[in-house]
Design a protein around this ligand. Structure first.
Ligand SMILES: Nc1ncnc2c1ncn2[C@@H]1O[C@H](COP(=O)(O)OP(=O)(O)O)[C@@H](O)[C@H]1O
Ligand SMILES: [Mg+2]
Length: 252
C-alpha cells in the first residue's frame, strides 16, 4: 500500500511506544499485526509480551502477560502469518462449514476467517466442557487464549511426555472428542502434537481446522482423528482399542 509507505519509514510515536511496551524488536511483526496487538493491549487483554513459545509454519505462539481485564497472570497469543500462501489450501475447512459463507480468496481474508474460526471453535469447546484453552479475544490474525502451562512455563505436547497413565489419558482424549461432537464439532487435526499435558490432564489445542459435523467431510475427519490417536497409543504404549467402538462412543 503506497499510501502507507512514507508513514512506515518513520514510525509514529505511538508505534514506537507500543513496540517498547511489547518488548518486541522492530521488524518482528508487520504493521497490521502490531496494531491488532495494540488493540488487545488497549482493551486490557494483553499487558506485555514475554517470549515466543512455538514458531510454526502458519502461526507463532507467544507467552504474554495478561492485561487488567483478565483474571489471570498469563495468556497465549497465537499470531497467524499474513504472508502465508499455505492458507489457500485450507479454504476447504471453511467453505464446507455451514457456519461460514463464502470467503474471498485473499490470504489476509482467509487468515482472518481462520483465526475467527479457531476462536469460535474454542468457545464451543469451552461450552461443552472440553479441556482446551479458554478463548479470550481475537482481532484479525491475532488470537488471545488461556495459557496452558504453569508459572509461565508452557506445558509439553503429549509427544514430548512419557505418560504416567496412558490408558487414563486415552480415555480422557476420547471423552473430550465425544464432548466436542456433542457440541457439533470435529477437531480434524487431532494428534499427539495437538495435545498438551498439564498436571496429568490432556488439553486439546489447535482448533483452527475443526469443522461442524454437517461439513461434508466431517465423518472422514473424525475417523482420521480417532485413527491418529489410537495409532499413537498403540505404537508408543501398546494399547489396542477397537476403532469402530471408539467412533461409536464419540457419536452415540
Ligand atoms: N494455549 C496455549 N498454551 C500454551 N502453549 C500453547 C498454546 N497454544 C499453542 N501452544 C504451543 O504452541 C504450539 C503451536 O500451537 P498450535 O495451536 O498447535 O499451532 P500450529 O498450527 O502452528 O500447530 C503448540 O504445540 C504448543 O506448544
Ligand atoms: Mg498444532
Amino acid at each position: 500500500m503506497a499510501r502507507r509507505r512514507s508513514k512506515e519509514k518513520q514510525p509514529s510515536k505511538e508505534d514506537y511506544q507500543l513496540k517498547e511496551k511489547l518488548k518486541i524488536e522492530e521488524g518482528v511483526f508487520d504493521t497490521r499485526t502490531m496494531l491488532r496487538i495494540g488493540k488487545l493491549f488497549s482493551k486490557g487483554v494483553v499487558a506485555s509480551m514475554e517470549f515466543i513459545i512455538a514458531r510454526g509454519k502458519e502461526a507463532d505462539v507467544y507467552l504474554a502477560d495478561a492485561g487488567e481485564k483478565l483474571d489471570t497472570d498469563f495468556l497465549a497469543l497465537k499470531i497467524f502469518r499474513l504472508e502465508n500462501a499455505r492458507f489457500q489450501k485450507r479454504i476447504k475447512y471453511i467453505e464446507g462449514d455451514p457456519r461460514f459463507g463464502k470467503v474471498k480468496n485473499t490470504v489476509s481474508e482467509i487468515v482472518g476467517a481462520w483465526c475467527k474460526k479457531e476462536y469460535g471453535n474454542l468457545l464451543v469447546a469451552e461450552a461443552v466442557g472440553v479441556h482446551a484453552p479458554r478463548p479470550y479475544a481475537f482481532n484479525g490474525n491475532v488470537l488471545a487464549m488461556e495459557f496452558i502451562g504453569r508459572e509461565g512455563k508452557p506445558s509439553r505436547t503429549m509427544r514430548e511426555e512419557k505418560l504416567a497413565n496412558p490408558e487414563k489419558t486415552l480415555n480422557a482424549i476420547l471423552e473430550d472428542a465425544r464432548r466436542l461432537y456433542s457440541g457439533e464439532l470435529v477437531h480434524a487435526d487431532l494428534s499427539e502434537y495437538n495435545v498438551l499435558m498439564k498436571e496429568g490432564v490432556p488439553y486439546l489445542i489447535d482448533f483452527g481446522q475443526a469443522v461442524h459435523i454437517k461439513h461434508p467431510d466431517a465423518q472422514a475427519y473424525l475417523e482420521r482423528d480417532v485413527f491418529n490417536i489410537l495409532h499413537y497409543f498403540s505404537k508408543r504404549y501398546g494399547i489396542e482399542r477397537d476403532a469402530a467402538e471408539a467412533l461409536r462412543s464419540i457419536t452415540k
